[in-house]
Design a protein around this ligand. Structure first.
Ligand code: PGA
Length: 254
């Protein structure tokens, strides 16, 4: 982290977990534990829990995000939710391009780009996910893969819009596996992504861009990962479902 030039953001990705009662309860538990956190705190919850979460987080430091949005504002897209619909109910963030969306629902760098543009147009902040598969790391092309994903995702996005973009470096092999990237691997990859952003928008914007690490980050490894210069926070799956673990990760920022 370099807190003098960019924000540190810890975001929970609940994935398809928790009902409304559990949402209210968990946010009620987390809020007092993170009230003095030295970072921005975001929880990305399932669509059906968004209104409950926005209400439960009101008056706390916690901001609420969704886990996806469609690129059109309305239309014949059965089963989809638009960015405008999210903004209307007080959602402030949205995850775009999570590897589970890419892997199971056919999302591509192109759809990630379209969705990112739509989210920004609706006034949402985007947590844009990039990351390599294990085979790509083994071939030694991690930096090329994240550069390609980042460049396509940011195509057509202006320098002025970059203040609403957080990039999450999430190596696919580390997600939900209990096998996190080492802090050196995370720092290297986040620095490489920052260099890609610098190539697109210049060094000042690259230095101001928050780049998170995600993939089996937990209460035990967060401090080490977050101690690295180019790791500006975390996108947390499993450990965001337990109040004490998530709060400990937020606390590790200090
Ligand atoms: P994990 O998930 O922390 O459970 O590995 C991270 C993510 O998918 O964002």
């Amino acid at each position: 982290m370099n807190r003098s030039v960019r924000k540190t953001v810890i975001a929970g990705n609940w994935k398809m977990n928790n009902n409304r009662a559990q949402t209210k309860e968990l946010i009620g538990e987390i809020a007092p534990l993170v009230k003095d956190a030295g970072c921005d705190v975001v929880l990305c919850v399932p669509y059906t829990n968004l209104e409950t979460a926005v209400d439960a987080a009101a008056g706390t430091v916690i901001k609420i995000g969704a886990q996806n949005c469609h690129h059109e504002s309305a239309g014949a897209y059965t089963g989809e939710i638009s960015a405008d619909m999210l903004a209307e109910i007080g959602v402030e963030y949205v995850i775009i391009g999570h590897s589970e969306r890419r892997q199971y629902y056919g999302e591509t760098d192109k759809t990630v780009n379209l969705r990112t543009k739509a989210a920004l147009a609706a006034g949402l902040k985007v947590i844009l996910c990039v990351g390599e598969h294990l085979a790509e790391r083994e071939y030694g092309i991690t930096d090329e893969v994240t550069a390609l994903q980042t460049k396509v995702a940011l195509s057509g996005i202006t320098a002025g819009q970059m203040k609403d973009i957080i990039i999450a470096y999430e190596p696919v092999w580390a997600i939900g596996t209990g096998r996190n990237a080492t802090s050196e691997q995370a720092d290297h990859a986040c620095a490489a992504i920052r260099a890609t952003v610098a190539g697109l928008y210049g060094d000042q914007i690259a230095q101001a861009t928050t780049i998170q690490y995600g993939g089996s980050m937990n209460a035990a490894n967060a401090a080490e990962l977050l101690s690295k210069k180019d790791v500006d926070g975390g996108l947390i799956g499993g450990a965001s479902l337990k109040s004490k673990d998530f709060a400990a990760i937020c606390g590790a920022v200090n």
